[in-house]
Design a protein around this ligand. Structure first.
Ligand code: KMH
Ligand code: ZN
Length: 301
C-alpha cells in the first residue's frame, strides 16, 4: 500500500497581533507561552513558531532575554523544530527583529517577503475596554502602519542569519511576495528547496478563499517549479477551512492563536493544542499522516 501523504503542522503560539484583552486563553507570560508550545507539540505540532512578550504588560517583544526561559523549556520537553519570528511586530524594524534569531540560532525563522500595511485596526471596535493601556493605540495604529520588509531588509536578514544555517519560513501575504522571493533566489540569497508560508486573510494582503489559495500555489509552481515546499496559514475564521484545503492539495498547515483565537465560528479556542488536535484529526481522517520528529536534529525540511 502506498505511504500516506505527510502533513507538517506548525503551531504559532502567541504572535504579535492579538492582545491580552481579546482572549483569556492567549498565552502571554513566558511560562504560559512555553507551556502552550509544549502542549501544542504533544498534540502533533512538528514546528513551533514563537514570538515572545514583555513580562510586565505583555506587549509584543523581540528581546532575547524574553525568549530564554521559553526556549529552554521547549527544547527540554519537545523534539519540535523551533522557529523564531523575525517578523516581531509590524511596528518594529528588521535590525531589532533579527537579534533573537542571531542570539539563539534556531533551526527555523520566519522571514516576511514584502512590505505592506499589515492592518488589524477593525478589531479595536469589538472591545469596550482594554486590560492594558498599550492595546488600543497599538491596534488602532495599524491602520496607518507600514510593516517594512524592503528588499534591503530581506537581504539584511538573510545575510545576518546565513552563518546560523537557519531554514526560513518565507511568509508570503500576496502574489507579489512570491515574485520578491523568486528575485531573492536569483541573486543567491536563498537556496532551494525554500519553505513558503502562504498567508491569506490579513487585511492589507490577499483575501482568504480557495481561489486565492489556488492562485498562490499556481504562481509558486510557475516561478519556483520543484524548488519549494509550502504551507498555509489563514487568519481568523478561514484558518481551519483553508488549512484543510491545503492539506488536500499537497501542502502543510499552520494553526495557533497567533493566527486565529477561535476553534469554530463564535467560540474561542481554549488553547493552541485544541487547534492542533482539531487540524490533526481532520488531516488524519482524510487519509494523511501528521509529520512528527522523533529526535532533535538540525532542520532538514
Ligand atoms: N502573524 C502572521 C500573520 C512573523 O512572525 O514573521 C504573520 C507572522 C509574521 O507570523
Ligand atoms: Zn509570527
Amino acid at each position: 500500500m502506498a505511504d500516506k501523504p505527510k502533513v507538517i503542522i506548525t503551531c504559532a503560539v502567541t504572535g504579535a497581533i492579538h492582545t491580552p484583552t481579546m482572549s483569556d486563553h492567549l498565552p502571554v507570560t513566558h511560562d504560559e507561552i512555553a507551556g502552550a508550545a509544549i502542549e501544542a507539540a504533544e498534540a502533533g505540532a512538528a514546528i513551533l513558531h514563537l514570538h515572545t512578550r514583555d513580562p510586565v504588560d505583555f506587549r509584543p517583544s523581540v528581546e532575547s532575554e524574553h525568549y530564554g526561559s521559553i526556549l529552554a523549556r521547549v527544547k527540554q520537553s519537545t523534539n519540535a523544530v523551533v522557529n523564531i519570528t523575525t517578523g516581531g511586530a509590524p511596528t518594529m524594524r528588521i535590525e531589532e527583529r533579527v537579534k533573537a534569531a542571531e542570539h539563539f540560532s534556531p533551526e527555523m525563522c520566519s522571514l516576511n517577503m514584502g512590505s505592506m500595511n499589515f492592518a488589524f485596526h477593525p478589531l479595536a471596535a469589538r472591545y469596550e475596554s482594554f486590560k492594558y493601556d498599550w492595546e488600543k493605540p497599538y491596534i488602532e495604529g495599524s491602520e496607518a502602519n507600514i510593516f517594512r520588509n524592503t528588499f534591503a531588509d530581506i537581504k539584511e536578514a538573510a545575510e545576518r542569519l546565513a552563518p546560523h544555517n537557519v531554514k526560513f519560513e518565507h511568509e508570503c501575504y500576496d502574489v507579489g511576495h512570491l515574485y520578491n522571493l523568486k528575485f531573492c533566489m536569483e541573486i543567491g540569497l536563498f537556496k532551494p528547496p525554500v519553505f513558503l508560508q502562504f498567508v491569506l486573510g490579513v487585511l492589507g494582503g490577499i483575501g482568504a478563499d480557495i481561489e486565492n489559495l489556488v492562485f498562490m500555489k499556481k504562481t509558486a509552481d510557475k516561478l519556483l517549479g520543484d524548488d519549494y515546499r509550502w504551507s498555509v496559514l489563514a487568519a481568523g475564521a478561514a484558518q481551519m477551512p483553508l488549512a484543510t484545503a491545503a492539506s488536500q492539495m499537497g501542502g502543510n498547515v499552520r494553526v495557533g492563536l497567533e493566527d486565529s483565537l477561535f476553534i469554530r465560528r463564535g467560540e474561542l479556542a481554549t488553547s493552541n493544542a485544541e487547534q492542533v488536535e482539531k487540524i490533526r484529526r481532520i488531516v488524519e481522517d482524510l487519509g494523511s499522516e501528521s509529520q512528527r520528529r522523533t529526535k532533535r536534529a538540525r532542520c532538514s525540511i
